[in-house]
Design a protein around this ligand. Structure first.
Ligand code: NAP
Ligand code: MG
Length: 495
């Protein structure tokens, strides 16, 4: 396979922090180099924020909140302001797509066709929801009136991963801002650019200063400072289960801020034998679930559990399908897959393939670094066969283009294997038997079960994990709007 570096350049972004409605250098004056994983080019020298900058951002967010300029704005006015912002995001969609493609190494076609539309639709949906969400009157006797109202929480911190930079931001910013809160975002160190541009555009659209702040920097400094801050009321974290644990600790050791965690996964795709005739049509879904976004996807369908009557056919069809997906530079429009996000992560993923081999798995295809001439971190999509569920590769989240295929004998065993993981984020079931579909959908312990497809559902459906995939709330849907609001009871005695 040969690959080229297309002649496209990354849009310039002011890579200072964004605090109180304007770009500011880190107080320490420090920056870090942000390189593209696609070809190693330098994209920007980004402000390296630490606790002092987080203090500034939280102060700006608090002042904005207390002023009421956003938190007490009339719901219809807040809706209009957010919709203006959505329009501006739409105008700048091409630029934002380029930023995520260069920064995260995501194929530009995915950024344009999936990430940007979803991020924009999420923001629009929550903007529209603002003046349609009703509070409640409790069922009292005639001597009382109980009002149950929702109010913004205050300053919300968001610490984000690098795999879907804009979507993950929109999943937080949409409901956080719609509910009237102020936001301080710590993007992943690898992908700060689209979040900075997002905040700049929000200000341009007239969202009041201090309502959206972005502090790029490292997890151990900026992320921890936000997690431990005494004046942050709530922290929304998306990332690994390991780092999620830190945020519970930070909260316990500071002000008991509310914490919601969206963490990792090891999601099963269960293929029942009755589906055999439909395999040619469904295999693309299975491949998409496993390899979309280079497998750097929390809801990645990374364990394929196939009935023993179809496991060989599934493996073979998956192999021919994925060998047809072109891996290349993310700005090359013919690329279906790009590089992994950084060298260290690529080494980790290849290390898992080695571990799998050592534990007895068979590499059906892939398993190695490719395209070294691009100076990026490209890994061939990899299928591991002869896997059993106790192997490391079947238990741990690899977060790369590596799928494990395992056989099962009957429905009970399929359910046992599907649930034999510390995670519970997503799952797919492929069957034409409605009874089997419903039994499996109820039995699988995961936040989402998709039937005969791979999907997290759209913005109307809540998304989030069971077990060690996270807890405390949901992204998307009205559940997210309520999660970023406090509930208050107002009780009148009627005389
Ligand atoms: P990560 O290593 O957990 O990092 C996530 C964020 O936490 C980054 O901003 C990171 O900063 C920060 N961080 C790291 N160490 C920290 C610390 N000690 N204290 C405070 N903050 C810290 O995750 P990732 O590698 O970016 O993303 C991959 C993970 O995210 C996978 O496990 C994936 O499943 C999960 N994910 C889950 C969902 C979901 O909705 N459930 C969605 C997407 C991704 P740095 O950038 O400086 O490390
Ligand atoms: Mg980068």
């Amino acid at each position: 396979m040969t690959a080229v570096i297309p002649d496209v350049s990354c849009p310039a972004v002011d890579a200072r922090a964004f605090i109180g409605g304007r770009p500011v250098a880190a107080r320490s004056g420090r920056t870090y180099a942000d390189h593209s994983p696609a070809d190693g080019r330098l994209l920007a020298d980004v402000a390296e924020c630490d606790a002092a900058d987080v203090d500034d951002a939280v102060r700006a967010a608090r002042e904005a909140f207390e002023s009421g300029a956003w938190s007490r704005m009339h719901p219809q006015a807040r809706k209009k302001a957010l919709l203006r912002f959505v329009d501006l995001l739409s105008t700048h969609a091409g630029e934002l797509a380029l930023l995520d493609a260069f920064d995260a190494g995501k194929p530009i076609t995915d950024c344009e066709d999936l990430d940007l539309p979803e991020a924009i639709e999420t923001m629009r949906w929550f903007a529209e929801a603002i003046d349609k969400a009703y509070d409640q009157v409790s069922p009292t006797g005639e001597d009382a009136l109980g009002l149950v109202i929702h109010q913004p929480i205050g300053v919300v911190g968001a610490v984000l991963p690098w795999n879907f930079p804009l979507i993950m931001l929109a999943w937080k910013a949409g409901p956080v801002l719609a509910a009237g809160n102020s936001l301080v975002v710590k993007p992943a160190e690898q992908t700060p650019l689209s979040a900075l541009r997002f905040a700049q555009l929000a200000t341009e659209a007239g969202i009041p200063d201090g309502v959206i702040n972005v502090v790029p920097g490292f997890g151990e400094t900026a992320g921890a400072a936000l997690g431990r801050h005494m004046d942050v009321d709530m922290l929304a974290f998306t990332g690994s289960t390991e780092v999620g644990r830190h945020f519970l600790r930070y909260s316990a050791e500071s002000n008991l801020k509310r914490v919601v965690l969206e963490c990792g996964g090891k999601s099963p795709q269960v293929v029942m034998p009755d589906i055999a005739a439909d395999l040619p049509a469904l295999i693309e879904q299975m491949a998409f679930a496993a390899f979309w976004n280079m497998g750097e996807n929390c809801a990645c369908g990374s364990r394929i559990l196939a009935h023993r009557d179809v496991v060989d056919e599934v493996t073979e069809r998956l192999r021919t399908t994925i060998e047809g997906w072109r891996v290349g530079h993310p700005l090359d429009r013919s690329s279906r897959l790009g590089p992994l996000v950084e060298e260290q992560h690529m080494r980790r993923v290849l290390g898992y393939v080695e571990t799998g081999r050592r534990e007895g798995a068979r590499v059906v295809t892939g398993g190695e670094r490719i395209l070294p001439e691009l100076n990026g971190f490209y890994v061939a999509p990899t299928i591991l066969g002869d896997v059993h569920n106790a192997m490391t590769v079947a238990q741990e989240e690899i977060f790369g283009p590596v799928v494990c295929v395992m056989p099962f004998g009957d429905e009970d065993q399929a359910i046992r294997l599907a649930n034999d993981t510390p995670y519970g984020l997503a799952s797919s079931v492929y069957t034409n038997d409605l009874n089997v579909a419903h039994r499996l959908a109820r039995a699988i312990r995961a936040g989402t079960v998709s039937i005969n497809c791979y999907s997290e559902g759209d913005v109307t459906a809540p998304f989030g994990g069971w077990k060690q995939s996270g807890f405390g709330g949901r992204d998307k849907s009205m559940a997210a709007l309520h999660q970023y609001s406090e509930t208050k009871t107002i009780w009148y005695a009627i005389r």
